[in-house]
Design a protein around this ligand. Structure first.
Ligand SMILES: [Zn+2]
Length: 291
């Protein structure tokens, strides 16, 4: 599933295509995209809107129109945009004809993606109940993160997957951030000490920024005519690297399951029990709690 860095990369690529353009005609061929609303009704509402800005909040793309309305796009598993229509594409779910005559196609193989058209006053309440702070914004501070984690018994990995803790972090970047912060994924979220929360705060930002850089590099690589794949083959510190050596200490990366998700960590850098404070052991039940 695309996480914040992947969605941000889509936003950066799509913004120059959409911003300032009027949606001349919109066709939505998959009712799942707009349910429970009729796709034909949503398509008719979108037609004629002019795009002001393309923004992102967490894993959501926000197409802001000059009218004040906003189209909220969540790519879920496999949603993506193409700048040209391919004849007979079985995975095309919507086609937007822009006022410069070009088409933008929304594709989705698994069909979990969603389009939600919101009125001007609906956007903020929608996010307020669903998303925590934007991790690359000024409001995401160690104190804000600490407040989101306070009293939570869930493992920190599960807490990070909850979008109300911090917006946009998913399975990959949760593992990457915990490795950077040297925190075991099963540590109790509400039991982290102040310096640990501060380390996690910095680690979330660093992991996401590295992800955005990598996505940018990947995009550049795609344009290379010689087919070289540049920076695509390395980069993750723990995610998907079971049995491979930790970048920091050389210990083999281990894989466990937390909150039902595959979770990679370094058993040496990320200790569950601090050597000096056995009283901080999480209870067994916290290992099984979920989001
Ligand atoms: Zn290590």
């Amino acid at each position: 599933m695309p996480e914040l860095p992947e969605v941000e990369t889509v936003r950066r690529r799509l913004a120059p295509v959409l911003e300032g353009r009027r949606l001349e005609r919109v066709e939505i061929s998959d009712g799942r995209l707009t349910r429970p609303l009729d796709p034909a009704v949503v398509a008719a509402e979108l037609s004629g809107e002019r795009v002001d800005r393309l923004e992102r909040r967490g894993k959501y793309l926000i197409v802001r129109f000059e009218s004040g309305r906003a189209l909220l796009v969540h790519l879920r598993m496999t949603g993506s945009f193409r700048q040209h229509a391919t004849e007979g594409d079985p995975h095309a779910r919507a086609v937007v004809r822009l006022d410069d005559g070009s088409d933008v196609v929304y594709r989705d193989v698994r069909r979990f993606g969603t389009w939600l058209l919101l009125e001007p006053d609906e956007l903020e309440p929608y996010f307020a109940s669903r998303l925590g702070e934007e991790p690359l914004g000024a409001a995401f501070t160690p104190a804000a993160l600490s407040a989101r984690l306070a009293k939570r018994k869930a493992p920190i990995k599960a807490a990070l997957l909850d979008q109300r803790t911090v917006a946009g972090v998913g399975n990959i970047y949760a593992d990457e951030a915990l490795w950077r912060a040297k925190l075991h994924p099963l540590r109790e979220a509400g039991g982290l000490r102040k310096p640990e929360v501060a380390a996690l705060h910095a680690a979330v930002i660093a992991a996401l920024e590295a992800g955005i850089e990598r996505q940018g590099a990947t995009l550049r690589d795609y344009r290379q005519p010689d087919g070289s794949s540049g920076s695509m083959q390395h980069e993750f510190k723990v995610y998907g690297r079971e049995g491979e050596p930790c970048d920091r200490c050389g210990t083999a990366i281990d894989k466990i399951r937390v909150a039902g998700r595959g979770t990679w960590y370094c058993p040496r850098c990320q200790r569950l029990y601090a050597a000096s404070s056995s009283s901080r052991r999480p209870s067994l039940s916290s290992r099984h709690s979920s989001v």
